[in-house]
Design a protein. Structure first.
Ligand SMILES: Nc1ncnc2c1ncn2[C@@H]1O[C@H](COP(=O)(O)OP(=O)(O)O)[C@@H](O)[C@H]1O
Ligand SMILES: [Mg+2]
Length: 86
């Protein structure tokens, strides 16, 4: 018997988007604005998700990272985090 996840891949629970330990800090002059702080999320294939939060909470920053329009920081002294799309 074929497991349901193989027969219906779009309902698979395996993540299509995986974020591991994402960090993002903007600098406004000398002032550091930490927007994403070690964020880890799995988005399963076939799921519908809503990203909610007040203005300035980092929604666009997160979506830009997932879409590949932006990258996690490449600070060699810290883990940059991983954003991947299956
Ligand atoms: N390019 C940028 N340079 C400096 N600060 C930024 C930049 N983009 C966003 N920010 C700051 O990062 C925070 C999160 O912004 P944003 O991701 O646009 O939030 P949201 O989409 O939830 O309103 C805000 O404090 C915003 O001012
Ligand atoms: Mg926004």
């Amino acid at each position: 018997m074929i497991p349901a996840t193989e027969a219906t891949p779009y309902r698979s629970a395996s993540p299509i988007i995986r974020l591991v330990g994402i960090e993002k800090t903007y600098f406004r002059g000398d002032e550091a604005v930490k927007v994403l702080d070690k964020l880890s999320i799995d988005i399963p294939a076939g799921s519908y998700e809503a990203l909610m939060g007040p203005s300035g909470s980092g929604k666009s920053t997160l979506l830009n990272l997932i879409a590949g329009l932006d990258r996690p920081p490449r600070d060699p002294s810290r883990s940059p985090g991983i954003a991947s799309i299956a």
